[in-house]
Design a protein around this ligand. Sequence first.
Ligand code: FES
Length: 164
Amino acid sequence: MTTADTKQGSKVREQIRQVLSSQRQPTITVLSSLLAVQDSLHYIPDEAIRETATFSGSTINEVWSVASFYTNFRFTPPGEKTLDVCWGPSCHLLGAQEVLNAVHLALEIEEEGESADGKVTLKYNTCLGACAQGPVIAIDHHPIGKQTPESAAQVARELRGLDG
Ligand code: FES
């Protein structure tokens, strides 16, 4: 581990401690603490498990069992941008599967998750609320309709900072 890693680690720990101690709800639990960390950092780093255990007087195993029980917690940092692809019924009928295939190729992944370079997080969505505009994708929750496999792949490449 380098000095930079150590400094980064202590900065993250300090940030987590601040998040944990500034919870305002009347009942503070392991779950509320983990939720507060994820709201702030967008994921649960290893340091958060240790800090939450210390903060709540629980063991690391107890904190980990709560964290691993809930599927909404993520343990790796998300990409800088989120790309949602709708595969709900309306979008499906309008070609969402082909759009999704093209996005997978552009991000160099085969399912939900981070692109090969970690810059983009792909999520599947069951309705982005713009069914008449299908197939729909969304960048950081801003929907864009009338997608083709080519246009969606171009968006995905641009989000990675690659030439369209
Ligand atoms: S089904 Fe795709 S936006 Fe509603």
